[in-house]
Design a protein around this ligand. Sequence first.
Ligand code: SF4
Ligand code: SF4
Length: 134
Amino acid sequence: MKKVKVKLHFPRKWISKPLMSEVISRYGIVFNILHADISYDSEGTLIAEITGEDEAVTDSLTYIDSVGVKYKLYNKSIILREDECIHCGACTAVCPSEALTMDKDNKLHFDKEKCLVCELCIKACPLRIISTEF
Ligand code: SF4
Ligand code: SF4
């Protein structure tokens, strides 16, 4: 099995068409949308996790590219030095996907699965304890 995080750029002509439904049924992949910025009659972007057999994931991306939807694979991830965190919450204010949230005890909680690697939290942290790794 393979899991990749990917950013898809949909040109206007694909916005109103069920491309991802077709890809899911054709290749048997699981397509988990993490963030979407798409409006009717305009271009759009989608950040998603694609999970499936190695060949199915590769073939689905090849197909997506072949129809004109460009994609970029995320090869970085966010590293948080949690032992140094003072739970100020500044990073949660800028996180667009709720990967960073405060729990009921006002402690920072980081859900890596939800992270879009947008890197907004890196600049927001006053202690500079958030970074990226390849
Ligand atoms: S990079 Fe930081 S701000 Fe962006 S989604 Fe991930 S945790 Fe949230
Ligand atoms: S901004 Fe930095 S110190 Fe504040 S909660 Fe986030 S990681 Fe912790």
